[in-house]
Design a protein around this ligand. Structure first.
Ligand code: PLP
Length: 401
């Protein structure tokens, strides 16, 4: 059967607007579409493909596990899940791990745990969640309501309650909202979907202190920043501020769906048998691949490489900007990079993304005025240089138009 983009419109729910391109093959940082056109991938499946496409360590882990055991459900545990949980505990502040299948589900678990912990310890009234405008935490009804773009949660009937939103990087706005009834503050160390906006160290430290002063849990949503993206295994390590709960997904599976919530024993104990769960959570295939991803990324060479490659990116983008004056700022953390369009090009991020695709480069947007890059953490310097050359041609095309 001939598969084309028009089939999408025939058979798929219209909640996405995918590109005309249908990729069929990937290797490292390169992707090929149905017509054999080749792309350099600076999108990484939205910060997922931390080791590029079809990395040998992940392919081997998946194939080995595929021959052994696919699924049990949580009626029984399994070796890959236990090994992955142990690896995450050994590598982070966490003492306990809960497995989910996506970022939204990891966040759903985190929010439910925070509410249950507060209720058990302090009573029903301590249920308020503070999150941030422009924040993004997923699309379940709870997580999308905690997210800071009401447009995403409007129109689905009554929303979960006791959720308020402060200004990101504005400690006074948190001070104004936090009180004895606050059970948790949920924050992304770098707002990803909200425009690749890093939290300042001062803000993150201040939020930690406010949580401590009000017996509120601090939840870091590291779904986009986790597993090496910022040059640390988790971004909290770079801030020197430890959360009470951390969520991770996207790069955790390097392209295989998995999410996890990490926390301490003292907090975890409130999610007793029967309070929460998922049929696929801790699936052996997902955990085997994720273990290989974590072990491959969590090495000094790969993490230092992220920082060096990020500099190469930034220098390259700065050079493009010296010539074309299209960005007001290039910001981000590690290989999560946002090129903020200057006022002349505000609202045109999608045009840049489409022009890049024409030139054989996959890029992302974050909102309407930020072009986002989230490539493989092990992309070669040569691929970065070639990708930036393609991006420069795309920029030139737009500037001339
Ligand atoms: C910070 C953050 N949290 C949560 C999510 C939701 O993850 P998922 O799409 O896997 O449910 C995303 C996805 O973009 C994200 O960037």
């Amino acid at each position: 059967m001939q598969v084309s983009r028009s089939l999408f419109d025939d058979v798929m729910v219209p909640n996405y607007a995918p590109s005309k391109i249908i990729p069929v093959k990937g290797k490292g940082a390169r992707v090929w579409d149905q017509d054999g056109k080749e792309f350099i991938d600076f999108a990484g499946g939205i910060a997922v493909n931390c080791l590029g496409h079809c990395h040998p360590a992940l392919v081997t882990a998946l194939k080995d596990q595929a021959d052994k055991l696919w699924h049990l459900s949580n009626v029984m545990t399994n070796e890959p899940a236990l090994l992955l949980a142990k690896a995450l505990v050994d590598a982070t502040f966490a003492e306990k791990v809960y497995f989910a299948n996506s970022g939204a589900e990891a966040n759903e678990a985190a929010l439910k745990l925070a509410r249950r912990f507060a209720k058990d310890k302090y009573g029903e009234q301590k249920n308020q969640i503070i999150a941030f405008k422009q924040g993004f935490h997923g699309r379940t009804f709870f997580t999308v309501t905690v997210g800071g773009q009401p447009a995403y949660s409007d129109g689905f009937g009554p929303k979960p309650e006791a959720i308020v939103h402060g200004e990101f990087n504005n400690l006074d706005s948190v001070k104004a909202l936090i009180n004895a009834n606050t059970c948790a503050v949920m924050v992304e160390p770098v707002q990803g979907e909200g425009g690749v906006m890093p939290a300042t160290a001062e803000f993150i430290k201040g939020v930690r202190e406010l949580c401590d002063a009000h017996n509120a849990l601090l939840i870091f949503d590291e779904v986009q920043t986790g597993v090496g993206r910022t040059g640390e295994l988790y971004a909290y390590m770079g801030y020197g501020v430890t959360p009470d709960i951390l969520t991770t997904a996207k790069a955790l599976g390097g392209g295989f769906p998995i999410g996890a919530m990490l926390t301490t024993t003292d907090i975890a104990k409130h999610l007793v048998v029967g309070t929460h769960g998922s049929t696929y959570g801790g699936n052996p295939l997902a955990c085997a691949v994720a273990l290989a991803a974590v072990n491959t990324v969590n090495t000094p060479a790969v993490l230092a490489g992220v920082k060096a490659k990020a500099q190469l990116f930034k220098d390259g983008l700065d050079k493009i900007n010296e010539k074309y004056h299209v960005f007001s700022e290039v910001r981000g953390a590690g290989l999560l990079i946002g090129a903020v369009l200057s006022s002349d090009y505000a609202g045109k991020a999608r045009d840049f993304m489409l022009a890049a695709a024409d030139q054989g480069l996959m890029a992302l947007v974050a909102g309407t005025s930020v072009v986002r890059f989230a490539p493989s953490l092990v992309i070669s310097d040569a691929d970065i240089t070639e990708g930036l050359a393609r991006f420069e041609r795309a920029v030139a095309q737009i500037v001339k138009a």
